[in-house]
Design a protein. Sequence first.
Length: 220
Amino acid sequence: MLKVENLYASYGREDILRDVNLEVLEKETVAILGPNGAGKTTLLKAICGLLKTRGRILFEGKDISGLKTHKRIALGIAISPEGRRIFPNMNVRDNLLITGFKNLEEVYEIFPRLKERRDQLAGTLSGGEQQMLSIARALMFKPKLLLLDEPSFGLAPVIVETLSETIHKVKDLGVSILLVEQNLSLVAEISDRIYVLSGGEIVDEGTRRDIERIEKSYFT
Ligand SMILES: Nc1ncnc2c1ncn2[C@@H]1O[C@H](COP(=O)(O)OP(=O)(O)OP(=O)(O)O)[C@@H](O)[C@H]1O
Ligand SMILES: [Mg+2]
């Protein structure tokens, strides 16, 4: 589904990502772990076409590395970005419709809570509901691949459980997920495979069974 080959990315002169290789298979959920500043957000942006890259990004076998962001979205890649980036002064419905897609009823079916709150200003939603909205907005594009950047950030543990249910619903739709996440118990619960990114390079990889080893090696 997604294959990243020998990817380099920079905002200016210095490469932030160096020789990154990774793969997300159909219906797989793959997590990127790594310390602050490792380049995790940069990697997701590079996949969306938001910065300068060298190397290849293949999506369903097609090299998309030269395509503009809107073309990548049209092919089936959507992102729920770091910090959620919802529009606080717009209501829930308009936050979804601003995508220009009309997939509203389907998305409301997945998130009945957002349907209930459709007239509420997004900035007055709880943190967990705002995260739900950010994911729901990405689903308006009917993506085949969803990029999620730190969805659990700032959420209380009990809300992370709801988030986990939300992500399971997305998986059940058959959507592949590439996830940046620091909450390792969430990662263990939803991911099939893991890559560790450090200093802009992939330094380790494994399956969910390797989480304990990876946690001991990099996060203690
Ligand atoms: N717009 C930008 N212009 C220049 N440098 C940037 C820009 N955005 C990020 N960087 C730099 O790129 C490096 C990687 O940043 P990135 O945001 O990808 O890290 P991250 O792994 O997502 O970190 P965090 O866990 O804190 O979100 C950092 O050194 C950062 O300062
Ligand atoms: Mg980040």
